[in-house]
Design a protein around this ligand. Structure first.
Ligand code: HEC
Length: 137
């Protein structure tokens, strides 16, 4: 795809820069193939709330997140790195949303619905992942 604007300027202040931004190749390339959008962790909580994650998960920084069907997500970025051998935190977090049945947190059932990823735009998903990655213990 040639017409795909992927100006991954490190600290993009405004998305108004449609001119060809130099640099920013694929250095930010993540583990999988989603990398034309750069996540903004500041928007993660909004995605988390609007996509219904709060119904099942608690996060201390989000008062509305009171669900107890799934594990508490404070510190999830730290624990994510230890969940599945061979998966770093980011890979694990992506898998936990894209295919929640692939690994079940001990003590929890396979209740997280499939298809959550499809309910988000690429930008929303990257924002969510960037934010989850900031939840370190
Ligand atoms: C219907 C309830 C439900 C909803 C809604 C839900 N989850 Fe979950 N989630 C769970 C359950 C139950 C688990 C534990 C079982 C498993 O690993 O799939 C889990 C596990 C997780 C994990 C792994 C946590 C760990 O400690 O390893 C992450 C990350 C996660 N969910 C993120 C999300 C995000 C982000 C959303 C919103 C897009 C979401 N969940 C929506 C129920 C839910």
């Amino acid at each position: 795809m040639t017409g795909c604007p992927s100006e991954n300027t490190e600290s993009s202040d405004n998305a108004a820069s449609q001119s060809a931004a130099p640099a920013a190749t694929e250095s930010a390339a993540s583990t999988e193939t989603h990398a034309s959008v750069k996540g903004d962790p500041a928007n993660g909580p909004t995605v988390f709330k609007t996509k219904g994650c709060t119904a099942c998960h608690m996060v201390a920084s989000i008062p509305e997140a009171k669900g107890a069907i799934g594990p508490k997500l404070d510190g999830v970025a730290t624990i994510a790195a230890t969940r599945v051998s061979g998966e770093d935190a980011e890979t694990y977090l992506r898998h936990s949303i894209e295919k929640p049945e692939a690994f079940l947190v001990p003590g929890y059932q396979n209740l997280m619905m499939q298809g959550l990823r499809a309910q988000m735009s690429d930008q929303e998903y990257e924002d969510l992942i960037a934010w989850l990655l900031s939840l370190k213990a």
